[in-house]
Design a protein around this ligand. Sequence first.
Ligand code: PRP
Ligand code: URA
Length: 214
Amino acid sequence: MHYKDNENITIMEHPLIKHKITRLRDKSTGTNEFRALVEEIGMLMGYEALSDLPMKDIEVETPIEKCMSPVIAGRKLAVVPILRAGLGMVEGILDLVPTAKVGHIGLYRDPETHEPHEYYCKLPNPIEERTIVVTDPMLATGGSACDAIKLIRQHGGRKIKFMCIIAAPEGLERLAKTYPDIQIYVGQLDRQLNADAYICPGLGDAGDRIFGTK
Ligand code: PRP
Ligand code: URA
């Protein structure tokens, strides 16, 4: 589904994704299962987000005859998780495209101001030639996503897709307005942010639930 006629925003509708998100929401879901679910959703969303990868035909010989058949053209994909929680989605995408390079952007959200702070950035070269899939399970105020994309742009990255499992309307609108030329994939659009800028109903703190910290 395209969100409010914005063709760059895709909200997932697949029953498997919806089911797995419900399991993520449940506060009794433990670290093991939570981590596995985030990875699986990363793969299912990656399948959708990569549906426009460029193709080229190569010759292949079947047991019957030779034919021309399509393969992915080039090896120019980069997956860039926003640390920490974005890491949880990476393996699912690498299951689909094992040759993808992986960059990392470290941001943490100040608990008082809710503003993101950068502590790490390392991107694969040449970043300007790659399709870049940024992963983060949570799009809340949108500050972290916007800062991550700003950093990628500063390094020369152009073709960017942002993938999150749960979005708040506030963050989705901010990201889409700030970067109208990126494609945004959302597992589920939730109701709103609360006073602590947590997503409602959401799933709590994604990083803590993936890594078992608290
Ligand atoms: C969480 C989440 C996003 C960010 C979303 O990370 O994984 O990166 O908050 O909030 P925003 O849209 O308001 O910026 P957090 O800063 O808690 O770091 P962590 O992943 O290391 O736990
Ligand atoms: N970060 C999270 O992990 N969860 C939220 O609900 C908001 C930001």
